[in-house]
Design a protein around this ligand. Structure first.
Ligand code: AMP
Length: 508
């Protein structure tokens, strides 16, 4: 029976769930108070209660150290990386190194890894859906940024496992948006999806032929989104305050939280008007005990100036993806804008100028991804052949192995179609060699494997003993429709399967 699998857009700032109902129409599941999106925020209050969504957002200013937001940006990151350090300046909550070098979040006397944080948000989406539908929900199609690597995709599945929610398929956000746009319209079009959300940016070029969605190329930046717009304004306000009063607010978590909160509201205001006041009374005190306020006005012009490099970067990525797809801008039939940050006027102007045409108005920037996920979920469970959707996606970055000279040997190229399978044959290089160890990376730097994301270290053991060069081991690399890699190896002469162990290490 249809309607058992829900679609979930697990966003950096907001999440949203949808389902195809019995009448075949998609319903974006309403949350309390009629909202359709749920803030992707998790908190523990001073009594130890767990809060998710609006409940967590509401108490955020009072409890900044125990309120987690933007966690999706940290998934699959190494605690030691420069990026995590930079994020630490903006996030009031404590981050620590986990056993595998990953990021752990400390809330009071408890610690959570990022899969656990994601699972809390997924669970709320599931509960809201199951309350609305009045039946238990055990399965979901969950979307991820197209530019997520294998490890980040795995993390979403693990988050589902933690709460007994089977993530039947992980699909890319832009691909989902394209389905929301095109599934019922029997189109023959090539579209570009420009998806600028809270924390990530993706561009995909997709051919839509009836119910077949074929991704031609994809690209993006998983560290570029609305949060960076907020951060640019926060930095401006802090620098301005320091210049005026000689005091650094960035070391004061409560002041930072108040600035952060107002920064996002000011940004949203400034997408509809040309200037807005930025006032926070009693933000701090001088060493002598005199209270100080922030009292300034931000113009849209100034804000556009300080964020211009980010808009430019999105257009550079779009240009690269269109070239990768082997087409020109003029060959695109439609441009779809997805993600809340596409409401920013300078983004809309840059898109219009680059693509040479206004974007389609038929997708809802906040709901399209969840709708697409629900439509795909429906297609997976329906028996009606004419309702089936064929999805042909690609991997966003090359996957390869580290060679002895440190370079990366590509197994799958960037934009290689999935599912995909490749095999390589290795010959033993030592007498009685019993193991073959390889490190798998994902990224586009072929000269230096280690500068890419380390997906894991694979050890194939149980190799037949013999003089070097006498045993051939065939390793099969299998990238499934979700962009998730599995590997296996066998003896080429005897076909005997090797034992595989994987060590997943966080990248530096
Ligand atoms: P999403 O991940 O698609 O929910 O996008 C959320 C991001 O969009 C957040 O960073 C919001 O601050 C931003 N956003 C929402 N509405 C607006 C707006 N009117 N102008 C600028 N940014 C917005």
């Amino acid at each position: 029976m249809p309607g058992n699998i829900i679609g979930i857009d697990l966003g950096t700032t907001n999440s949203c769930a949808a389902i195809v109902e019995d009448d075949g129409n998609v319903k974006v599941i309403p949350y309390r108070g009629g909202e359709t999106t749920i803030p992707s925020i998790f908190a523990i209050d001073d009594k130890g209660n767990e809060l998710v969504g609006y409940e967590a957002k509401r108490q955020w200013l009072l409890n900044p150290k125990r309120t987690v937001y933007g966690a999706k940006r940290l998934v699959g990151r190494d605690f030691q990386s420069g990026f995590v350090k930079k994020m630490g300046e903006y996030f009031a909550y404590d981050m620590k190194a986990g056993n595998e070098g990953n990021v752990m979040i400390g809330l009071g006397n408890q610690e959570f890894n990022l899969q656990q944080v994601s699972s809390k948000i997924l669970n709320t989406c599931r509960t809201v859906a199951s309350d609305y539908l009045r039946r238990p929900i055990g399965k979901a199609v969950v979307t991820v940024p197209a530019y997520f690597n294998d490890k980040q995709r795995q993390a979403v599945k693990e988050a589902g496992d933690l709460i007994g929610l089977e993530v039947v398929r992980v699909i890319n956000e832009p691909t989902a948006a394209a389905m929301a746009y095109g599934i019922k319209r029997n189109l023959n079009q090539t579209v570009a999806i420009y998806d600028l959300g809270g924390g990530t940016f993706d561009v995909s070029v997709i051919d839509i032929r009836g119910r077949t969605f074929e991704v031609k190329a994809t690209g993006g930046d998983i560290f570029l989104g609305g949060i960076d717009w907020d951060n640019a304004l926060i930095k401006y306000v802090i620098d301005d305050f320091q210049a005026k009063h000689g005091l650094d607010l960035s070391t004061d978590p409560i002041a930072m939280q108040r600035i952060k909160d107002l920064a996002e509201r000011t940004k949203i205001d400034l997408s509809a008007r040309t200037e807005a006041p930025f006032s926070i009374p009693f933000v701090t005190m001088t060493p002598e005990g005199t209270p100080l306020d922030i009292n300034t006005v931000i113009t849209r012009k100034l804000y556009e100036e300080i964020t211009e490099p980010m808009v430019k970067r999105t257009i550079e990525i779009a240009d690269m993806v269109i070239k990768d797809a082997g087409i020109t801008v003029a060959q695109l039939d439609e441009i779809l804008l997805v993600g809340g940050q596409t409401r920013w006027p300078a983004v809309q102007r840059a898109v219009l100028e680059f693509f040479g045409k206004p974007p389609s108005k038929s997708v809802h920037p906040d709901e399209a991804v969840a709708i697409g996920a629900a439509l795909y979920a429906h297609s997976l469970e329906t028996d009606a052949v004419d309702q089936k959707v064929q999805l042909l996606d690609v991997i966003p970055m090359a996957i390869g192995i580290e060679r002895a000279d440190g370079r990366m040997q590509e197994i799958f190229k960037r934009n290689a179609p999935v599912p995909n399978q490749k095999s390589l044959t290795f010959t033993t290089s030592e007498d009685d060699q019993v193991e073959l160890i390889m490190r798998i990376y994902q990224g586009d730097n072929q000269d230096k494997a280690q500068s890419n994301e380390l997906l894991g270290e694979f050890t194939f053991s149980g190799i037949r003993q013999g003089p070097r060069g006498s045993v051939k081991v065939e390793v099969v690399f299998d990238c499934n429709v979700e962009g998730i890699l599995t590997m296996s190896a066998h003896d080429k002469n005897t076909s005997k399967q090797m034992k595989t162990t994987v060590k997943v290490l966080a990248a530096k």
